[in-house]
Design a protein around this ligand. Structure first.
Ligand code: GLC
Length: 455
C-alpha cells in the first residue's frame, strides 16, 4: 500500500468513526451533532465510496430545515451533553431540535459537484428532484429574511453564522454586544487547550446573542430591527453568491431534462414534517427571483471593496465601519468571482504575498495583522476546507499557479499531521479536534483523488 492509499484508508475511517447513522458529526465530544456546512462538505467525502450514504447526509441535514426555509447551523439529532450551548439554551421548540441561526450556504455548490461526479446518475437526479424545493427555499430565506431591503448584501447575526467564530473581523462589532448576565460553564475548554479556542470575552457575547434570538421569539422582523450584531460578512456573501449560481444551473438542467416528460410536483420534507412543494410554474418563478437576487449582489458588491487594503472586506451594518483586517473570509471573494479585472489582480497579488509569509498556508488571519495568533482557532491557523474553496476560486479566475500551490501545501499538511480540525501555520502541527470529518472529506475529494478534479 503506498502513502496515498494509506491516507485514503484513514480518511475513510474518519468518516466511518464519525458516522452516527445517516449523518456525520465533525468530531466526537467537541462537536457531537450535525453541523450545516461541515455536513455538506463531508457528503463529498462519502461520495467517493458510498453514493447513497452521501445523499443521505444531505437528507438528514434537510430534516432540520425550518418552515421559513432556514437550514440551521446545528441539528441536535440526539441528546449528548459534551457540548455547550445545547438545545435548551437555544430554546427552539421543534420536533428535531436545532439552533436558530444558519451557516455559510455552501450546500448547493456541493450538490452540484455531487451531481457532476456521481457514477449513479439516476440516483443523483432522483435525489436532487426531492431536494430542489428545500434548496431553493433555503436561498430564498437568505435573501428575503437577511436582505429584506433589497440591498444585494445579506446580513449575518452571529459570528457562529460565519463559521469563522473568533475571526478578528468580528472583534469590534462583537465588543459592542453586551455580555450575558448569567453564569454558564463552557465545555470546549475541558477538551481542548484554551489557547486554541475563543476567549471568555467572546463567549459571553456569543451566548448573549443566542438568548436575544430566543427572547425575540425568533421573529425575523424584530431581529432584523433590533439585533445588536449585524454584519455584511464577505465570506457568507461570497459563498451564498456562488451557491445561488450553482443552484440556478442545477435547476435549469433538471427543468430541461424534464421538459419532455412534463415535470411532476417536487416535494421536500423539513422539520416537523413541513413540506416544501413546487410545480414547474412555481419553480420557474422562484428561479427568476433567485436570478434577480443574484444580479443585485453582483451589482452592489463593489460597496464592500476597500481601496486601502485592496480587498473585499466585511462591514458592520450598524456603524457602517469596515472590519479592517485581512482574513481568509476576504479571499473567498475569489470563489464568488467578485470584482473587476483590476480588483481580481489585486487579490491575486495579495494571495501570492500571503502564501509566501509562512512555512504553511493559508493562515486564516494575515500574518502581518496585529491580531494574528498562529494557534488560536480562526485567528491564524490553517483550515483545509477554506484552502479548498480559495484554491477553486483562484483556479476559476485563472490563477492556476497559486491554486496549485495551495493544494500542494494542503496535501503536505495532512500527510505529516493527520486529519485535524485546523493547523498551526508556523509548524504545521494539528490543533483543535482530531479525527475531523471535513478535513478527511476535503482530502478524499480534492487532495487524494486529483483525477476527480479533472473530470
Ligand atoms: C466551529 C467552526 C465552524 C464549524 C464547527 C463544527 O464552530 O468555527 O466553522 O462548523 O466548529 O466543526
Amino acid at each position: 500500500m503506498n502513502e496515498i492509499e494509506k491516507l485514503i484508508g484513514s480518511a475513510q475511517k474518519v468518516l466511518k468513526t464519525n458516522d452516527r447513522g445517516g449523518y456525520t458529526i465533525p468530531t466526537d465530544e467537541l462537536y457531537p451533532f450535525q453541523w450545516n456546512w461541515d455536513s455538506a462538505i463531508t457528503a463529498l467525502g462519502w461520495m467517493k465510496d458510498d453514493e447513497p450514504r452521501a445523499w443521505q447526509e444531505i437528507e438528514m441535514l434537510l430534516k432540520g430545515q425550518w418552515a421559513n426555509g432556514m437550514i440551521p447551523h446545528i441539528i441536535f439529532h440526539e441528546e449528548v451533553d459534551s457540548y455547550f450551548p445545547g438545545p435548551d439554551v437555544w430554546g427552539v421548540d421543534q420536533p428535531t431540535k436545532t439552533t436558530s441561526i444558519s451557516q455559510p450556504a455552501v450546500l448547493s455548490s456541493v450538490v452540484k459537484m455531487m451531481l457532476e461526479s456521481a457514477n449513479d446518475q439516476t440516483l443523483a437526479k432522483q435525489q436532487i428532484k426531492h431536494m430542489l424545493p428545500a434548496l431553493v427555499n433555503y436561498h430564498l430565506w437568505w435573501y428575503n429574511e437577511r436582505d429584506p431591503e433589497n440591498t444585494g448584501l445579506v446580513v449575518s447575526y452571529h459570528p457562529w453564522e460565519s463559521g469563522m467564530d473568533n475571526s478578528p473581523a468580528w472583534d469590534k462589532s462583537l465588543a459592542a454586544v453586551p455580555p450575558v448576565d448569567w453564569e454558564y460553564k463552557r465545555k470546549d475548554t475541558d477538551l481542548i487547550d484554551a489557547d486554541e479556542r475563543p476567549k471568555a470575552f467572546e463567549y459571553d457575547r456569543y451566548i448573549y446573542l443566542v438568548e436575544f434570538f430566543k427572547k425575540s421569539n425568533f421573529d425575523a422582523k424584530a431581529i432584523y430591527k433590533n439585533c445588536p450584531y449585524k454584519m455584511h460578512d464577505i465570506g457568507i456573501i461570497s459563498i451564498l453568491h456562488k451557491a445561488t449560481a450553482d443552484l440556478i444551473q442545477v435547476c435549469q438542467n433538471i427543468l430541461e431534462e424534464d421538459a419532455q416528460s412534463g415535470i411532476d410536483t417536487m416535494t421536500s420534507k423539513g422539520n416537523a414534517n413541513h413540506e416544501f412543494t413546487f410545480n414547474r410554474t412555481e419553480l420557474l418563478a422562484n428561479l427568476d427571483t433567485l436570478k434577480q437576487r443574484h444580479q443585485l449582489t453582483q451589482n452592489n458588491i463593489h460597496q464592500l471593496w476597500h481601496e486601502p487594503l485592496n480587498a473585499f472586506l466585511s462591514q458592520d451594518v450598524l456603524t457602517g465601519e469596515f472590519s479592517e483586517v485581512l482574513t481568509t473570509g476576504t479571499l473567498l471573494a475569489l470563489w464568488a468571482e467578485f470584482g473587476d479585472d483590476e480588483q481580481k489582480e489585486k487579490m491575486h497579488t495579495l494571495l501570492q504575498q500571503w502564501l509566501s509569509l509562512k512555512p504553511y498556508s493559508l493562515s486564516s488571519t494575515h500574518p502581518h495583522a496585529k491580531e494574528f495568533e498562529p494557534q488560536r482557532y480562526w485567528r491564524g491557523p490553517i483550515w483545509v476546507h477554506i484552502n479548498w474553496l480559495i484554491a477553486m476560486g483562484a483556479q476559476a479566475n485563472g490563477f492556476t499557479e497559486v491554486a496549485e500551490s495551495i493544494k500542494s501545501s494542503s496535501l503536505a499538511l495532512i500527510k505529516d499531521n493527520d486529519y485535524y480540525e485546523y493547523f498551526n501555520c508556523d509548524n504545521g502541527l494539528g490543533c483543535g479536534g482530531g479525527t475531523f470529518s471535513w478535513t478527511a472529506a476535503v482530502s478524499l475529494h480534492w487532495l487524494l483523488y486529483p483525477e476527480a478534479q479533472k473530470k
